[in-house]
Design a protein around this ligand. Structure first.
Ligand code: ATP
Ligand code: MG
Length: 295
């Protein structure tokens, strides 16, 4: 679970203080897929950077899986990121001098994981790039690079994945494939997925949409559909009947406070897999299932 308590971010530019993020209180239950939307400059990337511990807030607290990020020093944060977080960026950010295989394998080796090479191979297979492990990023298309980045982000099985416009540099067909991969990985691994997007279609795949404007949450919408995505028991989100949509006042959380299990009817609206996505992502036995998208 992620909990933000009165989180704020300000910056001073040219002698003036700029409020980038207004005091934000928010609970994201474990396993929820949250899309963050809002106009350019509304604070989406800032919020994601704070969640990642890549930026420090001006005030407030960030709690993740019972640990308070805002009290950690750089070393503690680095260790925390290693065991808790995966990232996917708009610009892929693969290491250009490493092959696709090495880009996925190196984080595993840093973690001291055994069988790193084998797991990296399996991950590349799961994103449909089993044959491309020896290629360098420059030899891969944008969509392929993003698939490598997703494999890398999931390599250490992070409980939380943060993605900042992961389809922003891709055409819509490739973007749909990337979304399928992310939603399948989210579903199969029970990962909490916080994804920034400008794309309504992508946001519709999420269980919850936060709208930011001028650094404040102006709407917090829960979408509840079939709960098949949670049938594997990975998530602590309870089953819920269909059709809840709520908008809330700025700063209010639709997920309820303190992680009360019944306060967040987080359903699943996972888009159907496209044929290009290979089944059994992360080596899970379950193939991608066609599930009912939110109309
Ligand atoms: N370190 C900083 N100093 C000054 N201003 C900053 C700083 N970081 C971010 N900002 C400003 O804060 C606002 C929010 O930036 P942010 O990158 O979070 O927006 P965003 O919602 O991700 O936008 P986009 O959709 O364009 O990516 C912007 O006006 C930006 O210029
Ligand atoms: Mg941004």
């Amino acid at each position: 679970m992620i909990e933000l308590k009165h989180l704020t971010k300000r910056a001073s530019t040219g002698g003036r203080e700029l409020v980038i993020l207004q005091p934000l209180d928010l609970v994201i239950p474990r396993g929820q897929f949250v899309a963050i939307m809002g106009p350019s400059g509304s604070g989406k990337s800032t919020l994601l950077g704070l969640l990642a511990g890549l930026d420090s807030p001006s005030g407030g607290e960030i709690w993740m899986n019972g640990e308070q990020l805002t009290r950690m020093n750089e070393d503690e944060l680095a260790r925390f990121r290693g065991r808790t977080l995966g990232f996917v960026f708009q610009s892929f950010q693969l290491i250009p001098t490493l092959t696709a295989q090495e880009n996925v394998q190196v984080p595993l080796e840093i973690q001291g994981a055994s069988g790193a090479a084998r797991r990296a191979r399996e991950l590349l297979e799961s994103v449909g790039l089993g044959e491309r492990g020896h290629h360098y990023p420059a030899q891969l298309s944008g969509g392929e690079q993003q698939r490598v980045a997703i494999a890398r982000a999931f390599a250490c099985r992070p409980p939380v994945l943060l993605a900042d416009e992961p389809t922003g540099n891709l055409d819509s067909k490739t973007g749909a494939l990337i979304l399928d991969l992310l939603t399948a990985l989210h579903r199969d691994s029970g990962t909490t997925l916080v994804l920034v997007t400008h794309d309504e279609a992508i946001a519709r795949a999420a269980q919850r949409i936060l709208h930011l404007k001028d650094g404040a949450v102006v709407a917090d919408t829960l979408a509840v559909a079939d709960t098949a995505a949670r049938a594997d028991g990975h998530s602590d989100i309870p089953s819920a009947a269909a059709s809840v949509v709520s908008a809330s006042a700025p700063g209010r959380s639709a997920a309820g406070r303190g992680g009360e299990p019944n306060a967040h009817p987080g359903g699943a609206a996972v888009q159907a897999a496209s044929p290009g996505a290979s089944p059994g992502v992360l080596g899970a036995a379950t193939p991608l299932k066609r599930e009912r998208p939110i109309p």
